[in-house]
Design a binder for this molecule. Structure first.
Ligand code: ZN
Ligand code: ZN
Ligand code: ZN
Ligand code: ZN
Length: 117
């Protein structure tokens, strides 16, 4: 028997194991547990804070300004909850946890493009 499939945690369609991107909805990291955007420890949808690092798992989306669960994607507008440092020598992609880049300290701004076509 081959082709044992797992459900994508975003769209619930069955997709091949080890998928890095869901072939059906295009989201990254479609398999496995939700992870804390800060420390990558496993978290649950119902949790208000990460049990490991304690950050709040509910944030205001920087793209649509709606409160959402702090997963990899905004549950309101589907934007990927990542910002890229605008410092050209840094450009670190990171979750919008603080006001500043965790690498170089430059103030963070939301990405321009709000997702895939
Ligand atoms: Zn999917
Ligand atoms: Zn954490
Ligand atoms: Zn949003
Ligand atoms: Zn930076």
């Amino acid at each position: 028997m081959i082709g044992y499939k797992h459900p994508c945690r975003y769209c619930d369609e069955l997709i091949p194991p080890n998928s890095k991107v869901c072939p059906l909805c295009g989201r990254v990291n479609p398999l496995g547990s939700l992870r804390c955007p800060n420390c990558r420890d496993v978290v649950r949808r119902q949790w208000k804070n990460c049990s490991n690092c304690g950050i709040s798992l509910s944030i205001t989306c920087p793209y649509c300004d709606e409160p959402t669960y702090f997963g990899d994607y905004c549950y309101e507008c589907d934007a990927r909850l990542m910002v890229v440092c605008s410092n050209e020598e840094c450009e670190l992609e990171q979750p919008p946890i603080g006001e500043q880049c965790k690498e170089c300290g430059k103030a963070l701004e939301p990405l321009e493009d709000g997702g895939e076509s």
